[in-house]
Structures are given as structure tokens and as C-alpha cells.
Ligand binder design. Structure first.
Ligand code: ZN
Ligand code: ZN
Length: 287
């Protein structure tokens, strides 16, 4: 098990990202794009620049991350240092604990007005495809990077297990944004355990009722457990945010400075009426 963890950690995540992007971009072209797609080149360019900015921010923050997590490991701090657990179980539970913490930080990114200013950059994309995975403000690393540190310190997760988590998480995150319409049966089967691409796309709907849902990255049960799971057919979704719904507001520079601008959230919380999940009462709508 130890050698498997070591080999996973020896893989360069950048190669995996390049490989997955190549696969999902090819699939988008081969299978046809189900969602209307204007200005594809501009869209790719803007998201590509975000990829570079996000990469550099992650690189800089990694110094803090590695330092703090190593400190907690040396001082044997955190749950898995205090209880006897076999290594294989530590890996599975470690990945689950990291996903659990990320779920709560993602919820916080939607409820805290300050964090939302950063996180709305990811939600601003009106024409989603594989490259949307990269659209995130570089300062957002302070939110989700902190989430990893908090999880590692509380649960006693070591750096090598964090490395496994990053590798496991990548295919989910890239597939979730790909412009591919998977059949509903994939949600019925895989959606019992995982956040499928269709389930995450609901999170990108303009209607806030759906934007504030499906916060987890890998496991769907956090949303089901804490009442934030919502499902609607992707055919009825309208991506992005109303307040960013013009070409001028989709450029890299506008989005980079947007956290420093007061932009009111354009809320239309009328739920979509579908036979699947029609909200039953006001309490449910207020989630
Ligand atoms: Zn979100
Ligand atoms: Zn997303």
C-alpha cells in the first residue's frame, strides 16, 4: 500500500491535467456539443489565462500548505494520529474527510459575501466546457487551499494522502465541466455515490435555487446528508450568472478585477418546474 501511495504521489499532476483535457476536448468534438457555444476561441483563451494564474497562485500557496501540514504531522496532531487505523483505510477516510471539508468551504464560498466575490468568477461562465474547470480567481486558492490545511490538521492527514486526493479529484472536476451530455441513467447509477457531471452542472445554473446546491466535489452523500442535493435535467439549465451575462463581462481582465467591484447578485429564485424535483415548500427553497 505504501509503495502504491508513493507511486501515485510521484505522478506529475500537470501531465494528468493535460491528458484529461485532451481526452475531454476530443470527446466534446467527437460527440458534438449539446449546449449552444458562441465565441469558442475567446472562451478558451480567457479560461487558459486563468489556468496560468491559478497554477501560479497554487504554487505560491503550496509553500504555506506543505509547511503547516508537515508541522501537524511532526507533532502528531489530528484524529488519524490518535487512533489506530490501517493505512488503506487512512487513505479512503482521508479522501472522504478532505471532500467533506471542501464541501463546507464551498458552502461558505456561497454564503459569505466576501468569499462569493471570488467564487462567482467560477460561476460566471455562460458557456461551459472542459476549460471551465480552470476558471477560478487566483485568490480563491486562499479559500480552498485553507480547506485542505484545515482538513489535514483536524483529521491528521499526511501530505502523501493529500497528494492521492488531488489525483483522485482531478478526473471528477474536469469531467464535471465538460460540454458533454451524459444520459440520465449515469446519474441514476453513479449519482448514488458520486457527483456526476450532470449533478455538478445543476450547480452552475443561473437560478440561485440550483446555484446553491450540490457543493461536493467527489461524493454526493455530503449534499444528500446536509440537504443541499438538487437534481434537474441538464436540458433545462442555463449556465452562468445573470450579472455576468454579456461578452464584455466574460473577459479575463474584467473577471480578475470583478471581486473588487460591488456587483449585486441578480437573484431569480423561482424554482424550475420539473416533474423530477419540484420544491415543496418555502423552507426547501431557502436552502
Ligand atoms: Zn460554487
Ligand atoms: Zn464548477
Amino acid at each position: 500500500m505504501e509503495s502504491l501511495i508513493k507511486s501515485i504521489n510521484s505522478i506529475d499532476g500537470n501531465y494528468i491535467i493535460i491528458f484529461l483535457i485532451a481526452v475531454f476536448y476530443s470527446l466534446e468534438f467527437l460527440l458534438g456539443t449539446p449546449f449552444k457555444f458562441d465565441r469558442r476561441i475567446n472562451h478558451f483563451f480567457n479560461n487558459f489565462v486563468f489556468m496560468v494564474a491559478f497554477y501560479l497562485a497554487n504554487l505560491a500557496f503550496a509553500v504555506v500548505q506543505v509547511g503547516l501540514i508537515n508541522w501537524s504531522t511532526i507533532h502528531q496532531f489530528g484524529l488519524f494520529h490518535w487512533i489506530e487505523v490501517p493505512l488503506w483505510m487512512k487513505v479512503i477516510l482521508g479522501v472522504m474527510c478532505l471532500d467533506f471539508t471542501s464541501y463546507w468551504f464551498h458552502r461558505l464560498a456561497h454564503t459569505s459575501p466576501l468569499f462569493w466575490r471570488l467564487h462567482r468568477v467560477h460561476h460566471s461562465d455562460t458557456t461551459m466546457n472542459t476549460s471551465t474547470f480552470f476558471r477560478g480567481h487566483p485568490f480563491e486558492v486562499l479559500v480552498f487551499g485553507t480547506s485542505s490545511i484545515v482538513a489535514c490538521i483536524i483529521f491528521g492527514i499526511e501530505l502523501q494522502i493529500l497528494g492521492v486526493y488531488f489525483i483522485v479529484q482531478l478526473p471528477f472536476l474536469i469531467a464535471q465541466h465538460a460540454n458533454i451530455q451524459l444520459p440520465d441513467w449515469t446519474d441514476k447509477i453513479f449519482g448514488k455515490v458520486f457527483i456526476t457531471p450532470n449533478i455538478h452542472k445543476v450547480h452552475h445554473d443561473q437560478n440561485q435555487f440550483y446555484t446553491d446546491s450540490n457543493f461536493a466535489d467527489i461524493f454526493v452523500f455530503w449534499d444528500k446528508l446536509f440537504g443541499t442535493y438538487k437534481y434537474v435535467s441538464v436540458k433545462s439549465l442555463h449556465y452562468g450568472l445573470k450579472e455576468f451575462d454579456t461578452n464584455k463581462k466574460q473577459t479575463f481582465w474584467y473577471l480578475m478585477i470583478s471581486p473588487f467591484m460591488k456587483i449585486d447578485r441578480n437573484i431569480d429564485d423561482k424554482p424550475l418546474l420539473t416533474p423530477d424535483k419540484t420544491p415543496k415548500n418555502k423552507k426547501q427553497r431557502a436552502l
